[in-house]
Design a protein around this ligand. Structure first.
Ligand code: C5P
Length: 219
């Protein structure tokens, strides 16, 4: 890369469920050598702990769990299920839980491991709450049927026994909860670039974002 400006860059992405943000964020992170953090996975990790536990998990216990959390824990396939996703959208309304996750995210966003040129985080409140001073902000979306179809295919691949209409219903439910909650709702900020992935291939979306980033970096 031959950029005029050197230094770390931060990319913040917000998006509703299954809009393709994760795939794009990974590709962008790889291209610019950025540390990638899928913040939804942290909420999913807590949701999964909750689903597996027979008792109520205290905030102090969760605090310890988050402190000990390793990237490898977020790769657990169990976290991808629809059940965990729905539970994540419930526990993510809890202020104390959000505060725990906030600290974890800030560490990686602002102090990524040294081998990286910066960070790229995606989630629901990244552009305005977690990394409000990000050099690049994107709001990635797609129409609901396209998102449901993509998530359905993903879940089928990992052999989840679920129908398309169940996936559609659950995405609608999560959208409603994520957009309308009081605490850190999903929204597009004025300074975020809207990327609608409905009719674009992964490659086309990647190139669109890359063009925006390169233009600013090479100024
Ligand atoms: O992105 P993903 O679908 O894995 O996120 C699961 C849930 O976690 C979302 O529906 C949302 O309620 C919550 N979440 C959040 N804030 C984030 C990322 C995810 O509230 N930054």
């Amino acid at each position: 890369m031959k950029y005029k400006k050197k230094g770390t860059i931060k990319i913040a992405i917000d998006s509703p469920a299954a809009a393709g943000a994760g795939t794009l964020a990974k590709a962008i992170s790889k291209h610019y050598n950025l540390f990638y953090l899928d913040t939804g996975k942290i909420y999913r990790y807590i949701a999964n702990l909750k689903l597996k536990s027979s008792r109520n998990l205290s905030i102090s216990l969760l605090k310890k769990k988050i402190k000990a959390l390793k990237m490898i824990d977020l790769r657990n396939k169990e976290l991808r299920s629809d059940k965990v996703g729905i539970e994540a959208s419930i526990i993510s309304k809890n202020k104390k839980i959000r505060n725990l996750v906030h600290t974890f995210q800030i560490n990686y966003a602002y102090s990524p491991p040294r081998k990286y040129n910066g960070s790229c985080l995606d989630g629901r409140d990244i552009t305005y709450k977690i990394v409000p001073d990000a050099e690049f902000k994107f709001f990635i979306t797609a129409n609901i049927k396209t998102r449901a179809n993509r998530r359905f295919k993903e879940l089928k691949k990992i052999k989840k026994n679920i129908t398309y209409s169940e996936v559609l219903k659950s995405i609608k439910k999560r959208d409603k909860s994520d957009y309308s909650r009081k605490l850190s709702p999903l929204k597009k900020t004025k300074d975020s670039v809207l990327i609608n992935t409905t009719n674009l291939s992964k490659r086309a979306c990647f190139l669109k974002i890359k063009k925006i980033i390169d233009k600013k970096l090479n100024k």
